[in-house]
Design a protein around this ligand. Structure first.
Ligand SMILES: N[C@H](CCC[C@H](N)C(=O)O)C(=O)O
Length: 333
């Protein structure tokens, strides 16, 4: 049984296609496997930010179903960087370049995009549905049912926040480069992902620096993971918040470049018949192929795993090194 180590903008995952198994893993086995293999101490290849699970779709409009298990074993409704790597895997498996992938809340359109650089394949994925309603995230704020560029003094008095679900929950603030690099993001991210009166299911927290016209730098503390090199849904949600709260600098239906500690992605935010959706375009890199027996998979036994490295990380790093150096936030390996 082969599983892959993959990344989107250095947001790392193990990819498991359960349709190849005689017997699927139970939910508990998936949690055991995910928490073990993603842990830098107990796992493989310095661990990862989560596990992407592919299953058969439950209806024929989608080619397959994707589930997202965070490093802490919690399940998320969506993963933008992960969906690009799943799309590449399915595109190769079924020899198609455009199709839909079923996720917890929606079937999402995905398509092969132009390579970002030699040997750096890229995919475009739909990020939706979008909601600003407090009960959709959920969040509790005494003064707001929706939060778009509003102060929230109990969190960080001098910042303004936007909260939206895409459909996983995101809390975003546009800040200076100094604020972005400060401890505030980690402190707030930890606080809102422990029991707290504001985000009962936790939340992905992003600080964004506006670099210019349709250009951002985004750093994210992810629910269920902690700091990652990039958060696809976070960068997508931030791009929409950018267009809504800074309309002179962030435009709808224009390509927005979003830099992050792991590289860059492109986004394109749309409002069609009052409905928001976001295109997220970025790399889908396979760094390793792993061979593990089905029995060891079920038992989360990682001692007899064959690992073969591909040549793609070298190509990706070549692509990243030619990018402008912005914010020397170190890349998490
Ligand atoms: N930690 C997220 C799931 C992974 C999202 C992120 N890795 C992405 O690329 O969108 C959550 O619990 O909502």
């Amino acid at each position: 049984m082969q599983i892959d180590k993959v990344h989107g903008s250095e947001n790392h995952f193990f990819l498991l296609d359960q349709t190849q198994l005689q017997t699927k893993l139970t939910d508990q086995e998936l949690i055991n496997f995910a928490t073990k293999i993603t842990n830098p101490q107990t796992g493989l290849l310095q661990g990862a930010d989560g596990v992407l699970v592919i299953d058969e779709p439950t209806h024929e409009t989608a080619l397959a179903q994707m589930r997202v298990i965070n490093a802490d074993g919690s399940e998320a409704s969506m993963c933008g960087n992960g969906l690009r790597t799943v799309s590449r895997y399915l595109s190769k498996k079924f020899q198609v370049d455009q199709f839909k992938v079923q996720t917890l809340n929606a079937d999402l359109k995905v398509s092969k995009a132009k390579d970002f650089a030699p040997n750096v394949p890229a995919f475009s994925v739909e990020i939706s549905p979008v909601s600003f309603d407090a009960e959709k995230l959920p969040f509790h704020n005494a003064n707001h049912q929706q939060l778009v560029d509003e102060p929230w003094p109990e969190l960080l008095p001098e910042l303004k926040f936007t909260a939206l679900a895409v459909p996983n929950p995101h809390l975003i603030s546009f800040v200076s480069a100094e604020e972005l690099a400060s401890d505030d993001l980690g402190t707030l991210g930890k606080r809102l992902n422990e029991p707290n009166p504001y985000f009962p299911d936790g939340v992905n927290v992003s600080f964004a620096e506006i670099l210019g016209q349709n250009k951002l730098f985004v750093r994210t503390f992810e629910r269920g993971v902690g700091f990652t090199n990039a958060c696809g849904t976070g960068m997508s949600a931030t791009s929409l918040a950018f267009a809504l709260t800074h309309p002179d600098e962030g435009q709808f239906d224009q390509e927005i470049t979003v830099y992050n500690p792991g590289g860059l992605v492109k986004t394109n935010v749309h409002k069609r018949n009052g409905i928001y959706d976001i295109d997220l375009i970025g790399n889908a890199t396979v760094t390793h192929h792993l061979e593990i027996s089905e029995a060891d998979l079920h038992a989360a036994k990682l001692t007899d795993v064959q690992i073969n490295k591909t040549d793609e990380e070298t190509s990706y790093q070549k692509f990243v090194t030619q990018l402008p150096k912005i914010n020397n936030i170190s890349v998490k390996s």
